[in-house]
Design a protein around this ligand. Structure first.
Ligand code: CP3
Length: 358
């Protein structure tokens, strides 16, 4: 892509031949970095950080400046959409995300409207514009959303959950209401992603963190069908100009074929998936992104280097029929990760992956 100094990530995502494997890390801007904790303290709380474009830009740039990763990801959260719908997101240290006004009745679902991405979520678009300016073409910027199922789960549960009793109760007992909710979230996501691209996002990722909690049948109906709508809408939108889109269902390793059928460009793999078998199954149709166990990042530099090489070997040689590999963890890096381990990870991948691209 012209105007980009390092376009490795975008070329890889388009299935083009690259000299080495690009790397970025989910949650690369976050609490494991002392400079992140300092900026967050300055902001006062997490949402202020998200809602102040200059501060969101500052923390987006921190891991790029420190480690030389091959892509930046917008600093924001997946819960911005329900917040803009009026559910009032609060994020408290040690508790996680909570909504003051969760969905508790059919009336609550009926009252939902699609937020205007430029009006109600303008701070996200402003952050993207400020970040693109600060990046100045160093690396591409990834925009993102939560999947409709994952967003609906938080909206109905009102917070994180282990068993998903409320959202699954709605799905089993009132499937039409569940679909009504998922559709309005999907319409919101589509508008939100299109606005992100217009503001300057150069690729898109859909985080389906809770799709893996569903049975195969219900995954198809209540999660994947809505991600399919998103992929189709982005692919059919001329203004999006073929922007690449990656789907990540945590716990979705058994569904890679149907995920690839959506026409997305890449699939995120969690660490439970054997990357070499994933490559055999769908590697000629989609780029694979992942998938080292994030907890390795809490150990030693030697462990990190060994496990990173294991993933690179797992994908193996890049051949003409393969769409390719983007290195990442299998889920977000944790607050307990050591910054020097991130350094070791980036160095290992950047220095040693060339041998798989000959
Ligand atoms: O990857 C990045 O660096 C970009 C920023 C980003 C955040 N959240 C920042 C964040 C992204 C892409 C997300 C996505 C997100 N948010 C997901 C999907 C990805 C995944 O992890 O499965 C989900 C499920 C959320 C919801 C959410 N936001 C949770 C569960 C939490 C609390 C986590 C915790 O450990 O307390 C958040 C808060 C959040 N989002 C933080 C960050 C850096 C921590 C906030 C803080 O205390 O500083």
């Amino acid at each position: 892509m012209k105007n980009l100094k390092n376009d490795l990530y975008l070329r890889a995502l388009r299935g083009e031949k690259v000299e080495r494997t690009p790397i970025w890390v989910m949650r690369q801007a976050g609490r494991y970095l002392p400079e992140y904790r300092a900026t967050r303290k300055q902001a006062g709380d997490f949402l202020t950080l998200c809602k102040t474009p200059e501060l969101a830009c500052e923390v987006t740039m921190q891991p790029i400046d420190r480690f030389g990763l091959d892509a930046a990801i917008l600093f924001s959260d997946i819960l911005t959409i329900p917040d803009a719908m009026g559910l009032e997101l609060v994020l408290e240290e040690g508790i996680g995300p909570v909504f003051n006004k969760p969905i508790r009745s059919q009336g609550d679902i009926d009252a939902l409207g699609v937020p205007d991405a430029e009006q109600d979520l303008g701070y996200v678009m402003n952050a993207i514009r400020v970040i693109r300016g600060a990046l100045d073409g160093r690396v591409p910027l990834i925009g993102f959303t939560g999947s409709p199922w994952t967003l609906a789960s938080y909206m109905v549960e009102g917070s994180g959950s282990k068993e998903f009793r409320r959202i699954k109760g709605l799905m089993f007992e009132s499937p039409e209401s569940a679909h009504q909710l998922l559709q309005i979230v999907t319409d919101s996501v589509i508008q939100y992603l299109k606005a992100q691209v217009a503001a300057g996002a150069q690729s898109l990722m859909v985080f389906d963190t809770w799709g893996g909690m569903l049975s195969t049948q219900n995954y198809q109906t209540f999660s994947l069908a809505y991600m399919q709508q998103i992929v189709s809408a982005i692919k059919n939108d001329e203004a999006c100009n073929g922007v690449p889109i990656v789907l990540f269902t945590k716990g979705g390793g058994q569904w890679l074929e149907s995920m690839a059928d959506t026409g997305c460009d890449g699939l995120g793999l969690d660490w439970t998936v054997d990357i070499s078998s994933a490559k055999q199954r769908v590697g000629d149709r989609v780029v694979l992104q992942g998938n080292m166990d994030p907890v390795v990042m809490n150990t030693s530099q030697q462990q990190v280097a060994d496990h990173a090489l294991e993933v690179l070997h797992g994908y193996g040689q890049h051949q003409a029929q393969d769409k390719g590999h983007i290195f990442n963890l299998g889920h977000g890096i944790q607050p307990f990760a050591k910054p020097e381990n991130m350094q070791a990870l980036v160095e290992t991948v950047q220095q040693q992956s060339g041998q798989f691209h000959e």
